[in-house]
Design a protein around this ligand. Structure first.
Ligand code: SF4
Length: 220
């Protein structure tokens, strides 16, 4: 039976943003997570700017690949793209003492807080009333943890709202993969920081799998 939520069959609903806003600042972590969300907001005629602020990504070459892939899709859809700072020194400073936390733990809360605080600030300074993030579409992430950080950052400004839409619902997660394959996005194999690279490789070693070779795997 055909999947009613796959790209060929799914009729995209008209999305409503908080406060009935039509303009969105979308913090994006990478092209694979952003693809489905970008197509959904485009179909709802939400005027969207993609904000790429991810100083957590290590090393720089990996950061550049993820950024370029995201920009490539922005160009294709005609979205504005903001290439924000790669202020990795501040990121390392922020997570000091949390290097050995597990994924979804306290280090990740700080990592989300830092990225969303900057996103909310950019929204506040540039005429956006609503911001959101692509991070929550990934099943590897704790959506409650992400939404808590997103709301916390928005609360710093009276005029900013965080859009906590659940992008995984109604086949969003599977369309995310469909779009990634169709667009042949780069397929990263770890969350992003040097500690997630370390821990993923450790897990692979323990499970007799090959170590990650960065920069070679693309969806196809
Ligand atoms: S595992 Fe991912 S979310 Fe957590 S600190 Fe590292 S890059 Fe950030």
């Amino acid at each position: 039976m055909d999947n009613p939520f796959s790209l060929n069959n799914f009729s995209r609903p008209k999305l409503e943003m908080p406060e009935n806003e039509k303009k969105l600042l979308l913090h994006s972590c990478c092209a694979p997570c952003a693809g489905e969300i970008m197509e959904a907001v485009a179909a709802s005629e939400i005027q969207t700017t993609v904000y790429f602020y991810n100083p957590n990504i290590h090393p720089k070459e990996e950061y550049e690949i993820r950024k370029d892939e995201n920009k490539r899709f922005c160009d294709k859809l005609g979205f504005d793209f903001v290439d924000a700072d790669y202020d990795k020194e501040n990121w390392f400073e922020r997570i000091k003492g949390l290097e050995n936390e597990p994924e979804r733990g306290k280090r990740c809360t700080q990592c989300f807080d830092m990225r969303f605080e900057r996103s909310a600030l950019y929204a506040h300074e540039n005429g956006f009333k609503v911001y959101g993030t692509t991070l929550g579409i990934s099943r590897w992430k704790n959506m409650e943890q992400i939404n808590d950080s997103g709301n916390r950052a928005a609360l710093r400004y009276e005029d900013i709202h965080y859009w906590d839409f659940n992008w995984r619902k109604k086949g969003g997660s599977s369309r995310m993969i469909e779009i990634s394959k169709r667009e042949e996005f780069y397929q990263q194999e770890y969350c992003g920081c040097v500690y997630s690279l370390r821990d993923t490789n450790k897990w692979r070693q323990e499970n007799k799998k090959d170590r990650i070779i960065r920069g070679i795997k693309f969806y196809n």
